[in-house]
Design a protein around this ligand. Sequence first.
Ligand code: NOJ
Length: 542
Amino acid sequence: MKWWQSAVVYHIYPRSFQDSNGDGIGDIPGIISRLDYLEQLGITAIWLGPVYQSPNDDNGYDISDYRAIHPDFGTMADMEKLIDEANKRNIKLIMDLVVNHTSDEHEWFKDAKQNKDNPYRDYYIWRDPVNGGPPNDLRSTFSGSAWAFDEQTGQYYLHLFSKKQPDLNWENEKVRHEVYDMMNFWLDKGIGGFRMDVIDLIGKVPDEGITANGPKLHEYLKEMHEQTFKGRDVMTVGETWGATPETAKLYSHPDRNELSMVFQFEHITLDEQPNQSKWDLKTLEIKDLKEVLSKWQEELKGDGWNSLFWNNHDTPRIVSRWGNDLKYRVESAKSFAILLHLMKGTPYIYQGEEIGMTNRHITSIDEVDDIESRNMYAERLAEGYSKEDILHSINVKGRDNARTPVQWDDSEQAGFTSGTPWLPVQPNKNDINVKEALENKESIFYTYKALVRMRKDNPIVVWGEYKQLLPDHPTLFAYKRLYKGEEWVVVANMSEKELNGISLDSAKEVENIMISNYNRDDIDLNNLFLKPYETVAVKLKG
Ligand code: NOJ
């Protein structure tokens, strides 16, 4: 048993968490000032978004110096204090590791660009033009070709994200060892592990059009393990967009010595048109969600470990996305929390989720900060899409949705900053904020707190076998957990329509209601009546 198997991780997007110096950008001293709040929530670890030196083309995911802290966020001394203060509260700090690419302002790339013979040239991926154009038709996640032409040396370099994020050449042993040295530099400072940005891309074979899951991926991860984490009690989580339960086992099987767990997105892509992009919207079918989440629960078994999450800094807020962020905001937010936190895996809470923060609404592209949304807007406009359609996609899926400042109280800038926030505070901060949530014992916050506690106190939540119940029902999500003779059942009405008279054919009676979102004090599993979004978890009599 590893500590991260019973952990709950809290994900901080540093720019938007808490500003301490009035420049409108969240910072490390701001995070330190909120550690007591996180301790109160009960979480075990923080996944800290990138705080390294960066020109911020992609808000820190374009790193120009891996061993320096961006002055917007503070100093190295602040960072060491954060690690220390977190550790004092038994909270581990998980740093974001962005090593598929660097910034084009990293010293390595600046050197590499000088000429073809530069010793750093081969740190990146360069190819000659083909027929006067890019070497092939690989596309960047942020729109357009993944190849950018460098005038000075007459070659193209690969960038699977923005032009300012050139991909590192993992085939080059020197690159790999530079990365491992840098990882050890941070591990030696006492961090609790790494969240690995798009780690499934490092084994790419661009000439064959292979980006994710390349042939050498697992070889590199094993080498990384050997050179860095081996012998250290740390947690590693790989961002692996295209993982299946089968490939997840390759990353996270305990005997393979690669990563602790995967962070995969299969459930998160169920509201997009198949084989199109995240911007091509489709209504979520609850049945699909049940099927995918259950598949991951049932197929991973003891052969791998998965993360549990509804949202992060790249995806919309769950309560707005698949719940109802007006009439049933509290009920649906609690429902999603209960449903997910009683599954097997390591849950992640994205900042503000624990108080039911909502998506942001924009009416013009001028309001958008996110590079992915802005590039897509320009591309689709040129392709003839209507402005309305594009803005609608951004409102539903854009990354700024999750990046608005955390709403701490109802003051002018919600307690986030004394200055002007880099992204505006949401107008609903008067009703939705941490201060209110802490004062109100019925708030979403206390449901999260109870769920975090429940995982610590009940081995069944961590280890129990999972079985889906009534898989064909279109809106009732029901499952069972079983562990050493103990049984729990979770039922969630994932719609605004009441559900009546459904039977789970349970031979056992209910012993206890463990948690619910409507303060239920009894329930008949063989004649269920559930209000909109009503969700209940029970323990059965032995
Ligand atoms: C995934 C990160 O979560 C996202 O924010 C970033 O833009 C890309 N990787 C590129 O680093």
